[in-house]
Design a protein around this ligand. Structure first.
Ligand code: ZN
Length: 215
């Protein structure tokens, strides 16, 4: 039995509280990012420990800052992710960029034991990054709409239909729960460092593909 199989949430929370620090965001190369995370047992729903974990995840996501965070990214191998794309943040992005990506405000949500069903049809291709793969981004094809079902941390059922950027966030975070990173799905020739990303992500995707992927 590996240490991931033996994961004890209460012991993890106690150890974290003792450090007085937020948990670091685990980077690619860690086994926890490559394993299928485990279902949260029904008896955990509605408990203070689960609520505390979700609050920690929200704090880490907002501080990063990011629009989503999955539990394995802080070393917790459980099927939980949080997501939020706040209106204040969108106000700093060019309107053309928001429109092209279908980026719309997403209220803070916490998903426990989620399932994500992808809409059929042509995928959308845009630059995407990950808090666990610092310093890079790449073009990633994703379904343009999803249906998400889950329970919230109290155990109440959630069901949402999302399109555009929120649908991309759902797919990215759900992948983390299955041990998949965007680098497994990217157009690998589009991989770009942060310094280049600022300019590349402002160009039409077809131009980036002509420049980097299929010159
Ligand atoms: Zn990620």
């Amino acid at each position: 039995m590996s240490s991931l199989d033996a994961f004890d949430l209460d012991a993890w929370l106690a150890a974290l509280v003792a450090t007085g620090q937020p948990p670091p965001i685990v980077q690619a190369g860690a086994a926890v990012l490559r394993r299928r995370a485990r279902d949260v047992p029904a008896e955990r729903l509605g408990t203070p420990g689960l609520q505390q974990l979700v609050e920690i995840m929200v704090d880490v996501m907002r501080a990063a800052p990011g629009v989503g965070l999955a539990a394995p990214q802080i070393g917790v191998p459980l099927r939980i992710f949080v997501a939020e794309d706040a209106a204040e943040r969108l106000a700093r992005v060019a309107p053309e960029s928001l429109a092209a990506r279908g980026r719309a405000p997403l209220p803070l949500l916490a998903f426990v034991n989620p399932t994500v069903t992808l809409a059929r049809g042509e995928p959308a291709v845009f630059f995407e990054g990950c808090l666990s793969v610092r310093g890079y981004g790449a073009l990633v094809p994703r379904a343009t709409a999803v249906r998400v079902t889950a329970v919230d941390p109290s155990g109440a059922p959630l069901a949402l239909e999302l399109e555009g950027w929120p649908a991309r966030i759902m797919q990215h975070e759900m992948d983390h729960l299955d041990g998949t990173l965007y680098v497994d799905r990217m157009l690998s020739r589009s991989l770009a460092g942060d310094a280049a990303l600022g300019e590349l992500s402002g160009l039409p995707v077809s131009d980036v593909i002509k420049t980097l992927v299929d010159p």
